[in-house]
Design a protein. Structure first.
Length: 498
């Protein structure tokens, strides 16, 4: 058969027409499946001469097919695994000729009983089958071989990362390890929800479209609401709305949702990403550190339960290590960073390799220096605590040192996993910090935010002492699984147009 893509597509269309000419509708409405592939395999008796009494109805894609005269073997794959199929002409009659019209990738339903072949493989002895969806485009199934130790070695037929991300549907269809990654993600998220629910937190939803963005330092995406004739922003964080709810008396709240930041794309950044934020009234950052430690352990246990990742998930020793932001940076820099003016910060940043330092604001320079000297060198889970006020416009001053704030970030393997504060609840102080941010924005810092008058009004009603945490779930899953690129943990990452 020709390898020309157009010929292959045309050949599949011809088989589609042939099925219809034979009175077979190649796109079914439903199929009453009774067993997954995994469940069917479990029914096979140990004795190769014995057949299961129970009839199974399995459904999935054809992953391989080989004919031997009046018999045909195939493998069917579904979300649980794979099972071998065995067709005999004298058992399924005239329907046997329809097997010639099937292709790898076709979705079929098969009825039969389980037995083991002489090689010991659990197999469905088919008494009938139905075509459920004809595959008009060949899926890039890889090849498998069995090693001497009995393990299965898979050679992917779909190894181009760019194509895998663009065609995630095909990636999932042919790569079971990719499906396992997103099962792990779902289990992790579910475990986190259960953990917070058990602590009395209430899951809420806040606006994605916001008239004024805030809660982080980032460039937003801008859109337009025609009916209201106003500009709106896709949220860069959930923080300010969740803290409004604290003011309103919802004392423990959390949200798992998408945030959007109009920034570059690299191994750890995607413009659309998933954040968990949770806030607790009457708590401070010490309380939140304890909660984060326990939440990370719960998330790790959920991922470890997925067989593919059982040995990959790191084990944790709690409490996590702690580093002071100022002491760590000063040690790396060899001087007090808070004593340096803007020009001196630019010089020090250039010296350690920060690019385009001259274009950065003072807070941005301080953050870049920290990333180079401290963050990138942290391996084991570590809380970095007590950040300068310039870097933390929403955090309370540190008790005993007003130059700093009660803020922590959790890092591991050189990546930020979480960010948290003893939340600022003084509306006068908050206004001054907003106004300082507005001045930075006027000076050209596109990541600085303006003054949110409605949020200030909410604070003026009285916001109780509050601890707040943000955790990037994409990066958390990357850390727990050892996956190196954020695109591998997002089902449909942002890509350039084809």
């Amino acid at each position: 058969m020709s390898d020309d893509p157009n010929f292959v597509l045309a050949a599949r269309r011809e088989k589609l027409d042939a099925l219809r000419a034979a009175g077979v509708e190649p796109f079914a409405y439903s199929f009453a499946r009774t067993h997954s592939a995994h469940e069917a395999v479990a029914l096979a008796a140990d004795d190769p001469a014995a057949e299961s009494v129970e009839v199974v109805r399995v459904a999935g894609r054809i992953a391989s097919m080989r004919a031997h005269g009046k018999t045909t073997f195939a493998h069917l794959v579904d979300g649980s695994g794979r099972v071998q199929l065995y067709f005999r002409r004298d058992e399924i009659g005239d329907a046997y000729t329809l097997l010639d019209l099937l292709d790898i990738g076709d979705v079929i339903g098969v009825t039969g009983v389980m037995f083991r072949t002489r090689s010991g493989e659990p197999t469905v002895r088919a008494s009938g089958f139905e075509v459920l969806a004809k595959s008009l485009r060949p899926l890039p199934f890889g090849k498998e071989e069995t090693a001497e130790d009995g393990s299965v070695i898979r050679h992917s037929g779909f190894s181009d990362p760019e194509q895998r991300f663009r065609q995630r549907y095909a990636d999932l269809a042919v790569n079971p390890e990719v499906r396992a990654t997103f099962v792990a993600r779902a289990r992790m998220t579910s475990a986190i929800r259960s953990f917070l629910d058990a602590r009395g937190y209430l899951e809420v939803e806040t606006p994605v479209l916001q008239p004024l963005y805030g809660g982080a330092a980032a460039r937003p995406f801008t859109t337009r609401h025609n009916a209201l004739d106003m500009s709106l922003f896709l949220r860069i964080a959930d923080e300010l709305y969740l803290k409004r709810l604290i003011v309103g008396g919802l004392e423990r709240v959390y949200e798992i949702g998408h945030d959007f930041r109009n920034e570059g794309i690299d191994r750890t950044h995607n413009p659309e990403f998933t954040m968990l934020e949770f806030y607790e009234a009457y708590a401070d950052y010490e309380v939140m550190m304890d909660i984060v430690e326990r939440l990370i352990v719960v998330a790790a246990d959920a991922v470890r339960a997925i067989p593919q990742y059982t040995d990959a998930v790191p084990t944790f020793t709690t409490p996590f290590a702690r580093k002071e932001w100022l002491a760590s940076v000063n040690t790396g820099l060899g001087e007090d960073i808070l004593a340096l003016d803007h020009v001196a910060l630019i010089q020090r940043a250039r010296r350690i390799g920060v690019q385009r330092a001259e274009t950065m604001s003072r807070p941005k320079l301080m953050d870049e220096i920290f990333q180079e000297l401290v963050e990138s060198r942290i391996v084991d889970p570590t809380f970095v605590i007590d950040y300068p006020v310039e870097l933390s416009p929403l955090a309370k001053p540190k008790r005993g040192d007003p130059r700093l704030t009660e803020r922590f970030e959790l890092f591991a393997n050189g990546r930020e996993l979480s960010n948290a504060f003893s939340e600022l609840n003084d509306p006068i102080d908050q206004r001054e910090r907003f106004e300082a941010q507005a001045r930075l924005r006027a000076e050209g810092d596109e990541e600085a935010v303006g003054v949110d008058e409605d949020y200030l009004r909410a604070m003026e009603y009285g916001m109780p002492p509050t601890g707040g945490v943000g955790i990037g779930l994409d990066r958390l899953l990357m850390y727990l699984t050892g996956i190196q690129h954020i695109r591998d943990v997002i089902l449909f990452p942002t890509l350039r147009p084809e």
